[in-house]
Ligand binder design. Structure first.
Ligand SMILES: *Cc1c(COP(=O)(O)O)cnc(C)c1O
Length: 482
């Protein structure tokens, strides 16, 4: 796909697969969309997919499977213990990730549970490039603390820095010296840092982190949930490795880490996860926790059919024509919207295109959730379901005051091989319309606010009658169009 050139630089993301199984989608009229948004408490998590046209909520468990994955699922070996399906997965982990020992877990956060319970003790500090929600929760649950060591430019939303996910090496050394080696159970590097817009780190940076880990004799843990896309962007953006294959880059990355864990919901299939290493001692330290929390050591709470899909999915990660599909669609989406003046997070990362909602909705105060309001408005004008990543996803302090998020983002996830380019063009059309009518979008306030993870199930309402006015303007401009 990336090797095809177009006349006069007229770039089109061209996929090397065809569609063989399809699922019917509904695009309901805007009157119903407004009604559905009210029923969902202006929270896109609470929408039912019968009212959703393009589901861009997340890439987790929503990537399309290949014919080979589905075929493999049919030969799954159901044995409780000693399943051949698991042996095939072990071989794939060795072939693709270069690790001999594998502990299967039911999803990514289960890997974090096992790793943190084994290595994190009260008072410990875990340096990392950036946190992921579940990682932070598990480290805190074990009494540990997280320090995030990005470079300052990583949080600049509009940037042309190719590797915003890089670890700040000076700060890493400084942190180690301040807290002491004995209080650091491991250093964590996350591929394609999810929460800052799916931004990769460079291989050079990972090598430097490894050197520091060696200098102080600290374990290096790699969160490989979004490893394939990070490897692809290394190949695209890091001069030194542009002639290397995906297989070589993946092996170099995992080879630098003592422990590699992943959510297979993102990396390779639709469910499952794993922890892998070449050090038998590390494997042994964690081994007991698999039967305790997950399931027997040869299935770890994953259905054997999924294990087969994971196996094939891991081998498919070596194929850049497959891996590049989502990043190339995201690049197209970001660049087309940028051209039309919409404030996007750049450079384009992986897993989704991110809108800078603080800029898009400059007139909405941050404690009225500009990114959440934008998510609701986008759904109303298009049927597209995106996800708020801002203050709505944050928490209040002990006095009940909002802790305002660093950034207000709207994430439009682009799961692998799911959408067509005409659907992406539809998204562009509606986002541009919304941008031109952004003054109509108003704020939101909570009417039902759960204490924990409020963004999942919380209910809100508009601070004025803006949603209705948005619908009226849509009708004026688009007539009886869906
Ligand atoms: C999704 C994700 C996880 C957690 O995985 P689940 O399968 O959702 O439990 C951990 N780390 C990263 C980087 C992720 O994107």
């Amino acid at each position: 796909m990336s090797k095809v050139k177009f006349y006069k630089g007229n770039d089109i993301p061209l996929e090397l697969h065809k569609v063989r199984v399809v699922q019917k989608l509904n695009l309901v009229p805007i009157e119903r969309r407004l009604e559905a948004m009210k029923e969902a408490g202006f929270n896109t998590f609470r929408l039912s997919t019968k009212d959703v046209f393009l589901d861009m909520l997340t890439d987790s468990g929503t990537n399309a499977m290949s014919d080979n994955q589905l075929a493999a699922m049919m030969r799954a070996d159901d044995a409780y213990a000693g399943s051949q399906s698991f042996e095939r997965l072990q071989k794939a982990v060795l072939d693709v990730l270069g690790k001999k020992y594998l502990l299967p877990v039911h999803q990514g956060r289960a890997a974090e549970n096992v790793i943190c319970r084994t290595f994190v003790k009260p008072g410990h500090v875990v340096p990392m490039n950036y946190h992921f929600t579940t990682t932070l929760a598990h480290i805190q649950e074990c009494g540990g603390r997280v320090v995030e060591l990005l470079y300052d430019h990583a949080l600049e939303l509009k940037s042309d820095h190719p590797f915003k996910g890089n670890m700040n090496l000076e700060k890493l050394e400084q942190t180690i010296q301040e807290v002491g080696v004995e209080n650091i159970p491991f250093i964590r590097m996350e591929a394609s840092t999810n929460l800052i817009g799916g931004q990769p780190f460079s291989l050079a940076n990972l090598m430097d982190v490894r050197r520091i880990a060696d200098k102080y004799n600290i374990m290096l843990v790699l969160d490989a949930s979004l490893l394939g896309e990070n490897a692809y962007l290394i190949q695209q953006r890091e001069e030194k490795w542009k002639e290397n294959s995906m297989a070589e880059i993946l092996k170099m990355m995992t080879g630098l880490a003592d422990l590699v864990y992943f959510s297979a919901r993102k990396l390779s299939s639709s469910r499952g996860g794993g922890i892998c290493t070449n050090q038998h001692a590390l494997y042994e330290e964690m081994e007991d926790k698999i039967p305790l929390f997950e399931g027997f050591l040869t299935y770890g709470g994953i259905s054997v059919r999924e294990i087969e899909a994971m196996t094939v999915g891991l081998y498919e990660t070596l194929d850049e024509t497959m891996i590049c599909q989502s990043p190339n669609y995201i690049k197209y989406l970001v660049e087309e919207l940028e051209k039309r003046g919409v404030p996007m997070v750049t450079p384009p990362g992986v897993l989704g295109a991110h809108i800078n909602a603080m800029k898009f909705c400059e007139h909405i105060p941050q404690d009225q959730y500009p990114a959440g309001a934008l998510a609701a408005a986008l759904y109303i004008c298009s049927g597209v379901r995106a996800m708020e990543r801002g203050t709505m996803s944050s928490v209040r302090d002990e006095n009940g005051k909002e802790i305002l998020a660093d950034v207000e983002l709207l994430r439009m996830a682009v799961p692998r091989r799911v959408f067509t380019l005409s659907q992406i063009n539809y998204v562009i059309d509606r986002v541009v319309w919304l941008y031109e009518n952004r003054h109509l979008i108003g704020g939101l306030k909570f009417v039902y606010e759960p204490k924990v993870l409020r963004f999942f199930m919380g209910g809100l309402e508009p601070t004025s009658n803006w949603a209705h006015r948005l619908m009226e303007k849509f009708r004026e401009d688009f007539g009886d169009s869906l």
